[in-house]
Design a protein around this ligand. Sequence first.
Ligand code: UVW
Length: 318
Amino acid sequence: MTSVPDLTEILENSPSNWGKWGPDDEVGSLNYLTAEQVLRGVSLIKRGDLFTLQRLIGDPKGDPVWPGRTPATKEMVYDESDWDEGGDGPQFPGGLHYADDKLEAFLQGSTQYDALGHVWFDGKIWNGYDARTTIGGLQKASVEPIANRGVAGRAVLLDLARWRGVDALGPKEAFSHEDLQACAAAQGVELRPRDILLIRTNHLELFFQDADGFYADFGEPGLVYSPELVQWFADMEIPNLVTDTIANEVTHDPNSGAALVLHNALMRNLGIAFTEICDLEKLAEDCASDGRYDFFYVAAPLKIHSASGSPVNPVVIK
Ligand code: UVW
């Protein structure tokens, strides 16, 4: 069995943005999305059509989650049956009845923003904070500062599945930043510095067709690590990577065998925000029909204290 190098070795000379926005920074490359960038995004609103990118939580067809996580469960606390004879529905003057329900959910178990402190190696999270600050809840680089800040700017959809002429990318299919550039060129859209990148693979379609098969030899398609790719993301000052897969990158690096290398190279080291498990289908249909792949993107995860991620329903306006 060949041994897998550890992330320390793989990313030894990888670029880092630690300290770039000061010793207390917790939002990383989202700092690139200045007011000027927000207005650049807003200027792309031409028709006023909205696209929401969140997948349904509690989808009757199933919720795709990272292996080891479980889909959210929703439970009714009160419904009309609680006011049947013998029921324990609270009695209010005037006869009010109401529905209440609660959710038990992995914060990374649906469309979500990862906190920058979500992944690490070598005992350090984003900006060099000690990984022990994650114990009992993230004291540093939780999702809270991202939620307080919000995210908005020009975004570009890179429809990798359509560009490769397939309905959906298959397991472990890798692509590079050069593929992103070629896809953009084929779509007739320019990739500019500080763009939010949305990548469509439609891979989760395979989960909805056959969930057992999807998990049997789990390996998602996605971007694959190379020093050149990481440098390209750094040079382009990409603030946010948004995809329709569970983990935004090829699960195991086909070259080294290491898991989730880009979570570390892009999120931990460069501070790029990751948004995962999006539904890009309606947006992709629209882009294919009007030929316009750039638009305004806006999102804010939920404000959850010290959390490593949070559900979100990003909105695109064309
Ligand atoms: C893991 O970190 C395992 O996955 P994700 O980023 O998809 O939440």
